[in-house]
Write a protein that binds this ligand. Structure first.
Ligand code: ATP
Ligand code: MG
Length: 416
């Protein structure tokens, strides 16, 4: 016998019992972003590989090891998006959005693909809710983006997520910092993992992001970027921190947050779940990204992405609410041929009015139908037999409190 086909490792099904949680978090996030003037965009699942190489950065783990890249029949190399920022920047350039009103505020809710080792909170296909703000170099833009992230998490009921922020400077102050880092790590090269030995040549800042314990130990004593910021970057970071403090947003400055993608400049931040240690949401400023993709354009940008699997997992662990898991309104049980026909008919009339209605499709007995109604969470039930057909009225039972009302079967509009 041939083997049963199962889902690919690192991917996940979402069953009906959980889909409402997804809808809830996506709706809350989208509504909150809309309160800040962000509008939704949608874009393709795959892009030319070159976009991510140039946008995300050739030396990043994502581009080096994690991309799902394949050749199309036309021999173009394409890649399943590992994140949304590079695609949105491409979308804005291609559709002329940078010529419009600034700031430009966009959000998205997408699937992403990364070839990583699957484990708790880490998948190969996962989902992100993300925002992108373009056009403003001001520290207030950094703060508004962080406020939005903070508000989304609070609206989900998460009040104890820790915000860590840092500034990784601009290319000019980073050059000096990179040189200092390189000479520090050069003197500790025997303590670094194989990947970090390579990183030391390509991009020493990446070592600060390594999750391997011996690298983390060396990294904890490395020079700090905050000691190397140029005056402008230092002022920008100072204003950002002061404004957050004004707004009573609690944060800690963590000079070792560097983020895994090449496009970041200045402010970077992460919201971390203190219980699991997982980062739920991460982002920052990327003033160089657009010109990396389109040298004629210079548009400052910033944004964040929130991992939806991690968010839902963390909310579930804490028993937080995902709103109401609504099923359907009325189960119409049919008894006998005439009763069943009427039930079938009434169900359609209820649906026409936008209400949810179900009726028997399995040829079940009345008792079995009522059991089904109960198990599937019908809010109301109604039994329709010969006497209901003859009298033109029936009892509508509220399943939550057991109360019963007699209603006119010809006036569905008066039932609720
Ligand atoms: P990590 O350090 O955990 O690998 P990252 O720096 O690669 O995260 P980003 O690229 O900034 O993460 O993505 C933003 C968010 O997307 C993360 O904070 C996380 O919540 C989520 N995320 C990233 N990779 C995965 C994955 N493989 N599976 C599930 N969620 C993910
Ligand atoms: Mg990663």
């Amino acid at each position: 016998m041939s083997e049963r086909i199962e889902a690919v490792r690192g991917t996940k099904d979402v069953l009906p019992a959980d889909v409402y949680k997804w809808r809830y978090v996506e709706r809350v996030a989208a509504d909150t972003a809309a309160c800040y003037g962000f509008e939704e965009v949608r874009f393709p699942t795959f892009e030319k590989t070159e976009l991510f190489k140039r946008g995300v950065g050739d030396s990043t783990d994502v581009v080096q090891k994690e991309m799902y890249t394949f050749q199309t029949k036309g021999e173009t190399s394409v890649t399943l998006r590992p994140e949304g920022t590079a695609s949105v920047a491409r979308l804005c350039i291609q559709n002329g959005l940078f010529a419009g009103l600034m700031p430009l505020k966009l959000f998205y809710s997408i699937s992403c693909f990364r070839y990583e080792k699957p484990q708790a909170g880490r998948y190969r296909e996962f989902h992100q809710f993300g925002v992108e703000m373009y056009g403003s170099p001001e520290p207030h833009a950094d703060c508004e983006t962080i406020c939005l992230a903070d508000r989304i998490l609070r609206r989900m009921g998460l009040n104890d997520i820790e915000l860590k922020i840092n500034s990784i400077g601009c290319p000019s102050c980073r050059a000096e910092y990179n040189a200092a880092l390189k000479s520090y790590f050069d003197s500790h090269v025997s303590e670094l993992c194989g990947t970090c030995t390579e990183r030391l040549q390509r991009n020493p800042m990446r070592i600060l992001d390594c999750k391997c314990p011996s690298c983390a130990a060396v990294a904890s004593k490395a020079p700090k970027i905050t000691d190397y910021l140029c005056q402008e970057c230092r002022e920008h970071f100072g204003h950002t921190c002061d404004t957050l403090a004004d707004l009573n947003i609690k944060y800690t400055v963590d000079p070792f947050i560097v983020r895994g993608l090449d496009y970041y400049t200045r402010t970077v931040f992460e919201f971390i779940d203190p219980r699991s240690g997982l980062t739920i949401l991460a982002g920052g400023r990327y003033d160089g990204l657009v010109s990396q993709l389109e040298p004629k354009l210079k548009v400052p940008g910033l944004g964040f992405a929130m991992g939806l699997e991690r968010l839902i997992m963390i909310m579930s662990d804490r028993g937080l609410s995902f709103g109401e898991h609504k099923t359907y309104d009325v189960y119409l049980a049919g008894l006998g041929e005439r009763g069943s026909r009427l039930a079938f008919n009434l169900a359609e009339r209820l649906r026409e009015r936008g209400l949810g209605a179900c009726t028997d499709l399995m040829g079940r007995s009345l008792k079995a139908q009522m059991k089904y109604a109960d198990k599937t969470g019908a809010l109301y039930t109604m039994v329709l037999g010969d006497s209901e057909v003859d009298s033109g009225s029936a009892e509508l039972r509220d399943m939550r409190d057991g109360t019963v009302r007699r209603v006119d079967l010809s006036k569905v509009e008066q039932w609720f």
